[in-house]
Design a protein around this ligand. Structure first.
Ligand code: ZN
Length: 366
């Protein structure tokens, strides 16, 4: 059995608007246009790197068909989908907050969701050991009725609901290690007991008003949402500790049929939109953690869906490391920044202090 890698060049053609970093250009403040941080380069270079090292030859490389309108309607209301499609058929534009798109953006977003769906279906059908979807645009901030934070459709929500409709699985766990809160995925499943959503994120980075530890779900979904906010500067030790002390025990207790990781690389020490200190080895080690867990609870069924990550230099090395571990390959891409980022890790006293905070969270859940 092999690891699948789902991608499509057209996802790199998604075009954002005229931004300067996170600031829209115009009005009283006129920052120099510099493009949107969410651009194709970090993702395209990940694909380029696995081609150059030869890792791609050890993966099952695959495209996918776009998610269907029925797939989209299970998560998003018709009025949002039709507004998005109408603007996309014209000249593109922006609906919601910080989620611009160009002409044809609707079809590319549906394709991005289709990659996540195809990866999930292939793993649930037993065709692959595990799978990675290089989705773009990302999805985890997208609310059912409102795009948000570069995310136009909730890729993981769409994939889960399609798999459920097809009768492929009944219990799904989502672990979001993007540096930003997975508020969209949380919103899609907030009142549901059959989908556990867990988000590790930098406390009050983006969005600034969501992601609290006390937000545990609603109605029958009470207890099936878990936010683990982490302080700026959390590094290798802190991430693995948060996984071991809080995230993984919750997922293990839930006993999902499959684990889907919202795999952002913006917790890296080199990311312009995060203030964390994770390294490529951190992502590799977290991948090993989720592989060990899924081997125990759901026959290894693991799907990674790409979310954020805005360092075009460093994302490729983080993604390569994840894919090495997922596939068990010996093809390695040495991380040229590893020595520098290892030196920047927090003092052991800070790590110990964070362990205490995480133990408090774990105790509150017990
Ligand atoms: Zn992010």
């Amino acid at each position: 059995m092999t690891t699948g890698f789902f991608w499509d060049e057209k996802c790199f053609w998604h075009a954002g608007g005229n931004y300067a970093g996170m600031l829209p250009v115009g009005g009283l403040v006129q920052p120099l246009p510099g493009g949107l941080p969410e651009n194709p380069e970090s993702k395209r270079r990940l694909k380029n790197l696995i081609d150059v090292t030869g890792l791609a030859k050890e993966l099952l490389m695959s495209g996918a068909t776009a998610a269907t309108m029925d797939d989209l309607r299970r998560v998003h209301p018709e009025r949002y989908l039709s507004a998005f499609k109408t603007l996309s058929d014209d000249q593109g534009g922006e609906i919601g907050l910080r989620a611009p798109f160009g002409p044809g953006g609707f079809e590319i977003a549906a394709l991005s969701a289709g990659l996540a769906k195809a990866a999930l279906f292939a793993v649930l059908c037993g065709e692959l050991s595990n799978a990675y979807a290089l989705s773009r645009p990302p999805g985890h901030h997208c609310l059912p009725d409102r795009p948000n934070g570069f995310c136009l459709l909730n890729n993981i929500g769409i994939a889960i609901e399609a798999a459920r409709a097809a009768g492929l699985a009944g219990r799904f766990a989502v672990l979001d290690w993007d540096v930003h809160h997975g508020n969209g995925t949380e919103a899609v499943f907030y009142d549901r007991a059959d989908v556990l959503t867990v988000s590790l994120h930098q406390d009050r980075n983006y969005p600034m008003d969501t992601g609290a530890f006390t937000d545990r779900g609603a109605d029958v979904g009470q207890g099936f949402n878990l936010n683990i906010p982490l302080p700026p500067g959390t590094g290798h030790h802190g991430y693995l500790s948060a996984m071991n002390r809080v995230a993984l025990p919750a997922i293990r207790a839930f006993r999902p049929d499959v684990l889907i990781v919202a795999c952002g690389f913006d917790a890296s020490a080199n990311d312009p939109l995060g203030r964390m200190l994770a390294t490529s080895e951190t992502f590799g080690a977290m991948t090993q953690q989720v592989m060990d867990l899924t081997a125990d609870v759901c026959n290894g069924r693991l799907v990674m869906v790409h979310e954020g990550g805005y360092s075009e230099v460093y994302v490729p090395f983080c993604g390569h490391r994840v894919l090495e571990v997922m596939s068990g390959s010996d093809v390695h891409a040495p991380d040229p920044m590893a020595a520098t980022f290892d030196l920047r890790q927090p003092d052991v006293r800070l790590d110990t202090f964070l362990d205490g905070i995480l133990d408090d969270m774990a105790n509150a859940l017990a």
